[in-house]
Design a protein around this ligand. Structure first.
Ligand code: NI
Length: 258
């Protein structure tokens, strides 16, 4: 059994005009039996929750992506209120993205701090996105004592030092289809070294489809390609990698297990 630890089912279904029932059935055929549907804005949150409501194999997060500039700004109280539902297992995705945004990015750092404060208040882990901002991301995680709740560095593309610093803070490292790309040489090295008990796998569907589906709209079923690739890279059977990444997921995101 596999888990897709990060996908955007609402965007996939809307963009590709797919029925969520078919997406989930297709995933199950590949032994992908659980997925975490990740929130990117408050505007999209209610429709996302409505979409996944009938599907217990889908859990969800609440948060506002660091890229969204002209969106409803989440306050700590609002996030805390929305995170009360049992379906919400994490806060995010949040973090810093200096690649896609320009100018004074204090608003982004403030938004990130706000998510960390909310996560600590509700005792739920964080889903962190970081791009071209590794120092500030780690500094804010430390300053805001994010280690108290831990979480995951999603779609990891940074170097080994960053991975180690994040793991020291109690974070997991999640690999997406990017690790299967030919030019991701350094990332493959990191993926060989991350200890089994800290690894997760994800699609970030509908983005970042892994080889051999690169360029297509990604779907949760294809987390299997990511897992197969990583198992081969690490020289271990797929079943073993599937087993520990699934256990890690449930340990991190199930309230009962924490
Ligand atoms: Ni995402």
């Amino acid at each position: 059994m596999l888990v897709d630890s990060h996908c955007h089912l609402d965007m996939l279904c809307a963009q590709q005009q797919l029925d969520i029932a078919d997406v989930i059935a297709e995933a199950k055929e590949q032994a992908v039996e659980h997925m975490l549907c990740v929130s990117v804005s408050l505007e999209r949150f209610a429709p996302m929750m409505e979409l996944i409501e009938p599907w217990p194999q889908v859990s969800a997060s609440v948060g506002v992506h660091p890229d969204g500039r002209d969106v409803e700004e989440p306050g700590v109280e609002r996030l805390v209120a929305l995170a009360q539902s049992g379906r919400i297992v994490a806060i995010g995705e949040t973090g810093l993205d200096y690649f896609r945004s320009e100018g004074d990015l204090e608003w982004q750092r403030e938004r990130f701090r706000c998510h960390i404060r909310a996560a600590r208040q509700v005792g739920k882990p964080l889903i962190v996105h970081t791009r071209a901002a590794r120092e500030d991301t780690l500094a804010i995680l430390r300053e805001e004592q994010a280690g108290e709740v831990g979480g995951v560095m999603h779609c990891f593309t940074e170097d080994w030092d960053t991975a180690r610093a994040a793991m020291d803070l109690g974070f997991h490292i999640s690999f997406s289809g990017i690790v299967t790309f030919k030019n991701a040489v350094d990332l493959k090295d990191v993926a060989r070294k991350v200890p089994a008990e800290r690894m997760l796998v994800e699609t970030d569907s509908p983005y970042l489809a892994p080889v051999p589906r690169r360029g297509k709209p990604n779907r949760p079923a294809w987390v299997r390609h990511v897992a197969e690739y990583l198992a081969e890279l690490r020289g271990e059977p797929l079943e073993r990698l599937a087993d520990y990444t699934t256990r890690n997921f449930h340990r991190l995101f199930s309230p009962a297990a924490r």
